[in-house]
Design a protein around this ligand. Structure first.
Ligand SMILES: C[S@@+](CC[C@H](N)C(=O)[O-])C[C@H]1O[C@@H](n2cnc3c(N)ncnc32)[C@H](O)[C@@H]1O
Length: 342
């Protein structure tokens, strides 16, 4: 059954193979059996402090927008809707009454999701508030190029068993993207590059749905000058890193070229003349600015109020995981303000 996802023994480019394996019939994310949190751990699963920080960000956006009549929180690539549900639950009552919380997800709506969370496969238009995408873009399918023996960049083709071979030369907009963002000229045979053009386009289209407010994507990434020479494509299954085989049995993920994403033109629906500025932060910086840090509680609290001390200690441990530079704290946040002083 799995082999039919990309047509038996036939090869396809990685973009088509990833699309079929993750989102086709019986795909890893769209098939009925798979629950993302069983396979990998995102900040959302690591600690409720993450949702707390995102809620705080939404409330700051609300203030910056002058408390609009409707405040949107749009979670793109929502998984099982855990973040959307947690943000909804954490909103103070006076804001909850104005809030529209939407989970954008290709998988089916989980039966236990609260009624207050809308579920849709495409981002709503006219968003006023915060659009947030945690670890979505690394799952947006992309093609991969490799340098052949003559020094030319060719598409890497793959079959359902994960066996790769070189295909046609990379041309057109993909070649232009490589030349600008992941140049392969002069690189030794076998050097690979992940062509992030599809991520740039997907993200720009999502940001363009925001009429006013903030759009944030969070992911593992790299910048020009420090691209990994063999790329980052990998698989995950049941919490373990596995070879990337596009047969629907594992997650397939590749890090994001954040500088390309930041430079991609966004065409907002409202006020097309105004550019949409972008900034890049490390997660630990962003979370610290939102009041999450790994500082331990004072020792004196242990004798004064042991229960509060233990709770504060647990919170500090979770904050330390979310801000650890070698782990989740090393994630990159890209941040676009749309017609909003923030
Ligand atoms: C790595 S999971 C992240 C889940 C959640 N945001 C979290 O942080 O735990 C990526 C999710 O993005 C979803 N996804 C991928 N492409 C999508 C698209 N174009 N529209 C909506 N959801 C998408 C996948 O189905 C998957 O559930």
């Amino acid at each position: 059954v799995k082999k039919s996802l990309i047509g038996g023994a036939e090869s396809a480019g990685w973009r088509a193979a990833m699309a079929a394996a993750l989102y086709g019939p019986g795909g890893f994310f769209t098939g009925s059996a798979s629950v993302p949190r069983d396979h990998f751990r995102t900040s959302v699963h690591a600690s409720p402090l993450f949702a707390e920080a995102v809620t705080r960000l939404l409330l700051r956006v609300d203030e910056a927008l002058g408390r609009p009549r409707r405040l949107d929180f749009v979670d793109v690539g929502a998984g099982r809707g855990e973040l959307a549900a947690a943000v909804l639950a954490a909103l103070p009552p006076h804001v909850r009454g104005r809030a529209r919380v939407t989970a954008v997800e290709l998988a089916a709506r989980p039966p236990d999701l609260p009624d207050g969370v809308d579920w849709t496969p495409t981002p709503p238009t006219g968003t006023v508030g915060l659009l947030f995408a945690n670890e979505w873009l690394d799952n947006v399918p992309l093609d991969i190029a490799a340098v052949d023996d003559t020094g030319a960049a060719r598409y890497v083709l793959v079959d359902a068993a994960g066996t790769e071979r070189l295909g046609p030369p990379v041309e057109g907009p993909d070649a232009a993207w490589l030349a600008r963002w992941w140049p392969l000229a002069g690189a030794p045979p076998g050097t690979r590059a992940e062509i992030g053009r599809t991520r740039d386009e997907a993200w720009a289209a999502a940001v363009a749905r925001v009429d006013a407010g903030l759009a944030v994507a969070v992911d593992y990434g790299h910048l020009i000058g420090s691209r990994p020479p063999i790329g980052t494509l990998t698989g995950y299954r049941a919490g373990r890193q596995v070879p990337p085989v596009p047969d629907g049995s594992c997650d397939l993920t590749a890090h994001v070229a954040f500088d390309a994403l930041a430079a991609a033109p966004v065409m907002p629906t409202v006020d097309r003349a105004s550019p949409v500025p972008s900034k890049l932060f490390e997660q630990r910086e962003a979370l610290r600015a939102l009041g999450i840090d790994g500082g331990r509680p004072p020792r004196t609290l242990a004798s004064q109020d042991p229960g509060a001390y233990l709770r504060a200690l647990a919170r500090a441990g979770e904050a330390a995981e979310l801000t650890d530079p070698a782990g989740l704290g090393g994630l990159t946040w890209i941040w676009h303000t749309v017609r909003c002083d923030f």
